[in-house]
Design a protein around this ligand. Sequence first.
Ligand code: S3P
Length: 431
Amino acid sequence: MKSLHVKPIKSFDITLCGIATDKSISHRAALFSLLSDKPSIIKNYLQGEDTMCTLHIVQSLGASVAYDGDVMIITPPQKLQEPPHILDCGNSGTAIRLLMGFLASKPGFFVLHGDEYLANRPMLRIANPLRSIGAQIDGRDNGNLAPIGIRGQKLSPFEYASPIASAQVKSAMILAALNASGPSGVSEPTLSRDHTERMLQGMGANIQIDGLHVKIHPLQEPLKPLELTVPSDPSSAFFFALAAAITPGSKILLKDVLLNQTRIEAYEVLRRMGTKISYIQHSNIYEPIGDILVEYGPLKCVDVDANIPWLIDEIPALSIAFANAQGKSSVKNAKELRVKESDRIATTVQNLRKCGIEANEFEDGFEVVGSKLKSASVQSYGDHRIAMSFAIAGLSCGIEVEDTDCIATSFPNFFQLLEKLGADIEDKISE
Ligand code: S3P
């Protein structure tokens, strides 16, 4: 197991290129390529462990992949294969949940599984609505926990109102609807990230969006192939925005980042806290893409209780900004944090306390009293975003983060980029 010691740094002024590309879009690009009958061309596919799992699954289902280190060409099979082994989704909730919706109507028997963390995350939120339209899905705990077995069936058209704003639930149901026997609808209580709708519409699917409702017509023929360049992931880039926000006198230009409104809300929270943020959009292919300029400003406390799905992945990182701010900050309406890669309410609060910060849990969030962080040794709890958030905290006070292997699931070059800020990182390998 690898641990890392991150030492404090001085101010920096830097342009950062090569930030890990978007995880949500990469998973979707691999999977949606199976909806066409022609090769999809994908540039900058994320080479993280999770997205590579999805790519291997797409290959196990019969696609062939050619990759020259830059451009990936995914050629779909004429007919989906029924693989003679389990489909390993690694640590990825997005992979397993989107695949459940995609495979529910495909002829054959499929078993989806993942690592010890994924195997404990709830799947009934997908299994139950799919079962209600005829899908045959089972697993441990009555289909709630992986391994998940799916025997593809004909699916009825449906109208599903999701009780949670989850892009994974919405996307799974949209994928199922593409193969149902008539038009279907999915709605959500507030808008979650909308990459599935944008990408499928770009591929020619007949999908109509009306506020929080998505109407899906079943596919009459294969879709157009994808041709896209995956931009940098705003959730990964956010760790470096945070670094500038907590290091007095610093400035960073984050290059070629996805600027979709449902993904940059955490930057807006930093702005409310006193950081200077500007967006410079330079293209729009499926999604708006551009650079984000982040400049240090003294941080003041903030209460965050709205647009939670738009910043759900950045809340552990935001907690480090809260700890560096003046006054008491809070997050509410974020119960979903309890079922992420770790229980992020508990793991964030435990680690902050280890750094000498006063922090308290609520059922649906937490509060943090800003003061000076002290040097400490914290755990990742096998959660990539907890590991990276506290590595960044180390830039102000010096921190040892135990078990950092999980960072490779989403951001394989995280530490190389951290070194570009001038960070001094010491590796420690233990049993
Ligand atoms: C994702 C949706 C979100 C997010 C996850 C990626 C996606 O999960 O937390 O990291 O790509 O659809 P939920 O749909 O569970 O909110």
